[in-house]
Design a protein around this ligand. Structure first.
Ligand code: TYD
Ligand code: MG
Length: 449
């Protein structure tokens, strides 16, 4: 007879307690613990081979599967690794199912049958989307099922080249007696899929909805289990979508992919730089363009700053897409080393297009935008800025200067303000007028605003 084990699991963070508590000791949320009954506690084991000598392990299939969608392949680190479990998270309606079925279409054409398991939509609804996307592959198998044991059994029989689970919130395992979508169900189902994927070498795409406030467990508890976590973001009122990596065991997490949602599905954005700076005002103050490196490629982004007198005592510093602490440091450097009176000013900083710039190479562009807004004078329209700034106001070298310059030339810029040490080492200026800067004071004089 199977034994029932009762535990109380926090629905927002996954904390497990043998008795009920009003407040979760892990994430401090109130009234979030729910009862979960586990029929028999079977530990999911990951021992899928005997202990082996490293030198004796055969490398197996070396190459990855390519989805034919370059933006997706790059974000995955160069394609789909055999046996990888990839979690694709995002708000409902953002285009997750669309992206995955387009990828499956390409995969099946190249490699063989793929399995699309949907607990959300009926086969007719999936067919409707596929027709809209002009999906022509005759090797996509659609399966409406929510029981994970049955999904895995069928997958074993079909032996597809890749599997999609749309979505993890709708599947359940018999081992736990709680509703689909609860933390316990999500965790157990994902562990089973992970074990299956590793054992059979079949890549599994898991789609997960992100819900606010953790009312239904979002895919956050899953992030520890899976190999790769991608987030599909964007404003559903705009057509552009950004695919980000949050975690990747097989590649960089700095990569992003850009897509546009069209009437015929998602289209890759070939020239992200041009689109990201397309709406840049031509002669407004407070706008600077920086060539930023995301993963393996440079992208031009526009930083906007607004500096205005503080109406109340304490000045505000608000940033979007840029680290607020970094901005605070740069503002302090500007005050101390360049003598700008910023302590009586509110400063707002934004990266246009909803991107995040995590690298200090944006420093020079950021202070140029702040100074430009402070003096209410636009920067040179055809110039880009990059360089890291130290606490004594020195401008430091950054990596991949050549790639940044190349991208700027491609988009049509004529001039670049860069660290002097980068300029000295530069092999090729691609025809761009390069101005080397040593200290921020030099920049403020040169840009003569
Ligand atoms: P979907 O992939 O179903 O989103 P998710 O799986 O993330 O919930 O996409 C839903 C939205 O995308 C819907 O609002 C309609 C839109 N859409 C298009 O604009 N063009 C298309 O070709 C398709 C298939 C969907
Ligand atoms: Mg969907």
């Amino acid at each position: 007879m199977s034994k029932e084990k009762i535990s109380f699991v926090c629905q927002s963070c996954g904390y497990n307690s043998p008795r009920w508590l009003g407040k979760c000791p892990e994430c401090s949320s109130w009234n979030s613990l729910a009862e979960e009954r586990q029929v028999s506690q079977k530990l999911v084991s990951f021992s899928i081979s005997e202990p082996l000598l490293l030198n004796e392990i055969k490398e197996g299939q070396k190459s990855r599967l390519t989805t034919g969608i370059r933006e997706l392949d790059r974000v995955l680190g160069g394609g789909v690794v055999y046996g990888a479990v990839i979690l694709l998270g995002g708000d409902p309606g953002i285009g997750k199912s669309t992206l995955v079925i387009q990828a499956m279409n390409n995969l099946s054409k190249q490699y063989g049958s793929v399995l699309y398991v949907s607990g959300e939509e009926s086969p007719e609804q999936i067919k409707l989307r596929a027709s809209r996307l002009n999906i022509s592959s005759d090797r996509i198998i659609v399966f409406s099922e929510t029981k994970i044991e049955s999904i895995i059994n069928h997958t074993r029989k079909i032996k597809p080249k890749a599997v999609v689970i749309d979505s993890i919130q709708t599947v359940y395992t018999e081992d736990i007696l709680s509703a689909p979508g609860s933390v316990g169900q999500i965790r157990e189902s994902a562990s089973k899929l992970m074990f299956f994927a590793k054992k059979e070498g079949i890549p599994v795409f898991i789609i997960g909805h992100v819900t606010k406030e953790g009312a239904i467990a979002g895919p956050r508890v899953l992030e520890h289990i899976v190999d790769t976590v991608l987030y599909f973001e964007g404003d559903s009122s705009h057509s552009y979508r950004i695919l980000r990596t949050m975690k990747n065991r097989f590649g960089s997490t700095n990569e992003i992919g850009l897509f546009e949602m069209t009437d015929e599905g998602l289209r890759e954005v070939e020239n992200p730089s041009e689109i990201l700076i397309a709406e840049r005002p031509s002669d407004a103050s407070g706008s600077a363009v920086i060539p930023s490196i995301r993963g393996t490629r440079p992208i031009l982004v526009e930083i906007q700053a607004l500096v205005s007198p503080t109406p109340f005592g304490i000045p505000r510093r608000t940033t979007m897409g840029i680290d607020p602490n970094r901005t605070g440091i740069l503002v302090a450097v500007l005050e101390k080393k360049a003598g700008l009176q910023l302590s009586v000013m509110d400063i707002f900083v934004n990266v246009a297009g909803g991107l995040k710039i995590p690298e200090p190479a944006s420093d020079l562009g950021l202070i140029s935008a702040i100074v430009s807004s402070f003096r209410d004078t636009p920067l040179e329209k055809e110039a880009v800025f990059f360089g890291e700034i130290g606490l004594s106001g020195e401008v430091r070298a950054v990596s991949q200067a050549e790639a940044r310059i190349k991208e700027s030339v491609k988009v049509g810029f004529k001039k670049a303000y860069i660290p002097m040490s980068n300029r000295d080492r530069l092999k090729n200026d691609e025809g761009l007028e390069i101005v080397g800067i040593r200290k921020i004071n030099e920049l403020l004089e040169i840009i003569s605003i």
